[in-house]
Design a binder for this molecule. Structure first.
Ligand code: GDP
Ligand code: MG
Length: 442
């Protein structure tokens, strides 16, 4: 796909803002990438639409093409959608013992394996005492499968009693967990090959008895379009609190992850990466996003280009300061950077030895609104005034303030700040880079 994007999109090498046409062309390819990754059709369509609105009008970074830029925007949005409320990733509600965890999903999705993997995780990583119970009365040897895994990982399983219903087993598990002082009890339910009413009724009955703190839907990450159907059914009829995607060690592109998020709105908490008991990891949105798009190289390229340009700008500014040059255009650049970088810290972080000044300016009570007013004042100056603010007398000041819709007193404050900054720059310039670092406590 990278190649195809390259072919179509490298023709769009103009700089400047992304036009609607640029975005549409790139997004057609992105949509194909999503579908190839097994994202369900309606989910892919909605996602692309949302990105279209966000991307149009954004600036294209120098040395990347608009197409590449769009891919980066898509990637970031994908990470955003996949990660959601990040604190839920890799975390389970297991604080009030005995905390019930209900495992649901289709047959063969990886419920039993994941139950054991999670039990191991909770035991070893969080020091919990876990009891596992198999409620799978439909498949011969299903209960023994969990028992065997339990022995392997040193986690207790509820003794098998043949002939009990899933609800009865759930009750027994709860009782045993309470009496035995367990922190967590996990209920591994039976699956079906496809969604059916009998299955849903059975799982709902178990849910009502167990009152789970977590209901995890275990889904094969390789399933494509019907993953949505599965998720929709389990979520609406049982109510899930999270998703575990299994078989992410396979060749699949993991598009099911996006579908799951879109349909249930619940966090993807873990991914299964193999049959072994420790092949379980907290979900990484970045990794899965890169995999779904299959365009990791483009994303890295755009990030690199952006970094380079920011570094170049900072370097250029630093050189000017060292020569004692700091006019209104420089100040304006600074103010704009501050807004863009979301405050002083980020901006000053780019320039060596600016920590002290960052603190001073912060203490002066800066926020976006003030910054924008100051930029408006500078914009209202002529070219000559900007290059040499010393020429500003009363009449010019009045005109500038009026032009920005502000008071002269506000302009005076800006000019004072500029003088102070220019002085500081001059001093720093004289010190040279080394002296500067020493002076500023580097
Ligand atoms: P259940 O019917 O939902 O309980 O599914 P099982 O837990 O019995 O798993 C079905 C098969 O999938 C077993 O052979 C597992 O070893 C395998 N499996 C489960 N999770 C993963 C995974 O993350 N990666 C791989 N490669 N295989 C898995
Ligand atoms: Mg099973």
């Amino acid at each position: 796909l990278s190649e195809r994007l390259g072919g179509v999109l490298d023709k769009l090498t103009r700089q400047g803002a992304l036009s609607e046409a640029d975005v549409s062309t790139a997004l057609r390819e992105v949509r194909v990438a999503l579908l190839e990754a097994d994202v369900s059709l309606p989910v892919a369509r909605d996602f692309v639409k949302a990105v279209q609105e966000k991307a149009t009008g954004q600036n294209v970074t120098k040395s990347v093409t608009p197409g590449q830029q769009v891919v980066k925007i898509v990637h970031d949005e994908l990470v955003h959608v996949l990660a959601g409320d990040t604190k839920d990733i890799g975390a389970l509600k297991v604080d009030s013992p005995p905390a019930p965890i209900l495992m649901v999903g289709l047959q063969g999705g990886g419920k039993t394996t994941t139950t054991a993997k999670l039990a191991k995780h909770l035991t070893e990583k969080q020091g919990k005492r876990v009891l596992m119970a198999s409620l799978d009365t439909s498949r011969p040897a299903a209960m023994e499968q969990l028992e065997t895994l339990g022995r392997q990982i040193n986690v207790d399983t509820l003794p098998i009693v043949k002939g009990q219903s899933p609800v009865d087993i759930a009750k027994r598990a709860k009782q045993q967990a309470t009496l035995g002082g367990y922190d967590v009890f996990m209920l591994d339910t039976a699956g079906r090959l496809s969604i059916d009413d009998a299955l849903m009724a059975e799982v709902a009955a178990v849910r009502d008895v167990a009152k789970p703190h977590e209901t995890l839907l275990v889904v094969d990450g390789l399933t494509g379009q019907d993953a949505v159907n599965t998720a929709e059914n389990f979520d609406s009829r049982i109510g899930i609190t999270g998703v575990v995607l299994t078989r992410m060690d396979g060749d699949g592109r993991g598009g099911a992850a996006l579908s799951m998020r879109a349909v249930t709105g619940q966090p993807i908490k873990f991914v299964g990466l193999g049959e072994k008991m420790d092949a379980l990891e907290p979900f990484h949105a970045e990794r899965v996003a890169g995999r779904i798009l299959g365009m990791g190289d483009i994303v890295a390229l755009v990030e690199k280009a952006q970094e380079t340009i920011e570094a170049e700008q900072a370097e250029r500014m630093m050189k000017r300061f060292q020569k004692g040059q700091f006019n209104m255009n420089d100040l304006r650049n600074q103010l704009e950077q501050m807004i863009k970088m979301g405050g002083m810290q980020g901006m000053m972080g780019m320039m060596p030895g600016m920590g002290k000044m960052a603190k001073q300016i912060e203490d002066a009570g800066f926020d976006d609104k003030i910054l924008k007013r100051q930029i408006a004042l500078i914009q209202s100056m002529t070219k000559k005034e900007r290059a040499n603010p010393a020429i500003l007398q009363a009449s010019r000041k009045k005109r500038i303030a009026r032009g920005a819709g502000l008071e002269v007193s506000e302009l005076n404050k800006l000019l004072k700040m500029h003088r102070q900054m220019a002085d500081m720059m001059k001093k720093m310039g004289k010190m040279g880079k080394k002296g500067l670092m020493r002076q500023l406590g580097g």
